[in-house]
Design a protein around this ligand. Structure first.
Ligand code: AMO
Length: 437
């Protein structure tokens, strides 16, 4: 068994009319085959494009013509041939084949059509995700996500953040007691980590100063929404000697940098999915929680001061605010124990959310760095400080003030691609009903 007799010389998108007359070898899948009797057109699809192979019976040998006629949709092939300018072909070029190698035949019928225009239910598509991803409008989303994660890393590294890896098998909750997946850890119970929160804070006591992690978080969300996953990727950051305003500035700069970079480097992907990406300008507006409540009420959606945002409240805010904006000054009582209460008014916290229209894409805060206040906050939220013993120890021997945030990579990808369902931004999503593939 080989990977094909000839080595690939080009990807389809590299074949331009400047190569006319040259011999090339391309490899990929049969996107479509049209047999018009005296001439057969094969559309070969590879990672980034589709190329036309034109086999006129008068120009290719009868054996080769016969072999091409036998080819089936989605089989893997290698084609050696000559490049020819052809205004009628997609991309203005075609290949006149000399050799065709059938590397691996596809079974038919396909469980999912690979033509972009043929629509299918998301569940059918996810069941056969490998076929779904052969469509360039679907794979474009993941190339954009990949570029976004790349530019986030480059940005953070340039700004002196150190990448860390923290455990995903953990002993306690961080974001409140619910939403945890319990697992059996030898003879005791453990959980899948819902956030690296406690570890990134412990790292502030280690002298690393500025850290980030890009890793999975697990949330046992019962509800089935277009914005929630049970396994997501979180871009987490923590910085010492910083307050919430400092890390909000880092966050908005990172967002602007990533959007600019995606717009520049993913032109063809954005064109494929027909998105005209707008680069936001920093600083993003900062809306105080109390003003947000008034705005929500002004849209006819009932919301009382002290409540968390309902979906209806988010939608109301999305109608008023088109781009990225922060909501600041959240009530201390509805934010997690590690959030620092405000200095002037402790009922208002140093927590913020970053929104894009009606979607929350990040939460963050300045944290409590004083041991005794932290114990008090843990108790006030009905939690047992004993379960946080190892975390709390980090606050007793020189913990600097610090702040940080977490951005949902999939939610940010939704902002970049216009995807309405978060499942569109995960290769193999995990939700209430789905654990395979
Ligand atoms: P929070 O719980 O708000 O904060 O999560 C931060 C961001 O992660 C994303 N996110 C999710 N995305 C998809 N599905 C989910 N179920 C899901 N849950 C969260 C969202 C959200 O804004 N420890 C804090 C962060 C911090 O303060 O540093 C935390 O986890 O985009």
């Amino acid at each position: 068994m080989t990977a094909g007799k000839c080595k690939r010389t080009h990807y389809s998108k590299e074949i331009t009319k400047e190569l006319s007359g040259e011999q090339v070898t391309i490899k990929g899948w049969i996107h479509e085959i049209r047999d018009l009797g005296g001439i057969i057109f094969v559309l070969l699809r590879d990672r980034d494009g589709i190329l036309q192979i034109t086999a006129p019976s008068k120009k290719v040998s009868p054996e080769l013509f016969g072999e091409i006629r036998e080819l089936k949709k989605e089989s893997v092939i290698s084609i050696k041939g000559t490049v020819k300018e052809s205004p009628k072909a997609p991309g203005g070029v075609e290949i006149i084949p000399q050799e065709v190698e059938l590397i691996n035949e596809s079974k038919l019928p396909l469980p999912l059509d690979t033509t972009e225009k043929v629509r299918a239910e998301i569940d059918t598509r996810l069941d056969s995700r490998f076929l779904d991803l052969r469509k360039h409008n679907i794979s474009s989303i993941f190339k954009i996500k990949s570029r976004m994660l790349h530019s986030v890393r480059v940005f953070l590294e340039k700004n002196n953040f150190i990448e860390i890896n923290t455990p995903k098998l953990v002993a306690s909750a961080t974001e409140g007691g619910t939403e945890l997946f319990p697992i059996t850890y030898f003879e005791r119970e453990a959980f899948l980590g819902q956030s690296p929160q406690l570890y990134k804070q412990i790292m502030m006591a280690s002298g690393f100063d500025q850290v980030y992690e890009i890793a999975p978080i697990f949330r046992a969300e019962e509800h089935d929404t277009l914005r929630h996953l049970n396994e997501a990727i979180s871009i987490d950051l923590e910085a010492a000697f910083c307050d919430h305003e400092d890390v909000m500035q880092i966050l908005e700069q990172m967002i602007v940098t990533a959007v600019t970079d995606v717009k520049e480097h993913c032109r063809s992907e954005l064109e494929t999915i027909q998105v005209d990406l707008q680069v936001p300008t920093a600083p993003f507006s900062r809306i105080d929680y109390d003003d947000m409540v008034d705005m929500v009420n002004s849209k006819g959606v009932a919301m009382r001061h002290g409540e968390d945002m309902s979906r209806a409240a988010e939608k109301a805010m999305g109608e008023i605010n088109q781009g990225y904006y922060f909501i600041t000054g959240w009530p201390t009582d509805i934010k997690p124990f590690y959030v620092m209460p405000g200095q002037e008014n402790p009922e208002k916290s140093c927590a913020f959310d970053l929104m894009y229209r009606d979607l929350e894409i990040s939460s963050g805060a300045m944290r409590v760095h004083q041991h005794d206040l932290l114990v008090e906050r843990i108790k006030k939220q009905g939690l047992n400080p004993e379960s946080f013993k190892r975390y709390l120890a980090a606050f007793e021997y020189g913990m600097p003030p610090h702040a940080g945030w977490g951005v949902g990579a999939e939610r940010f990808t939704m902002c970049l691609t216009g995807a309405q369902n978060i499942r569109e931004t995960v290769l193999f999503p995990r939700d209430r009903r789905r654990l395979t593939p």
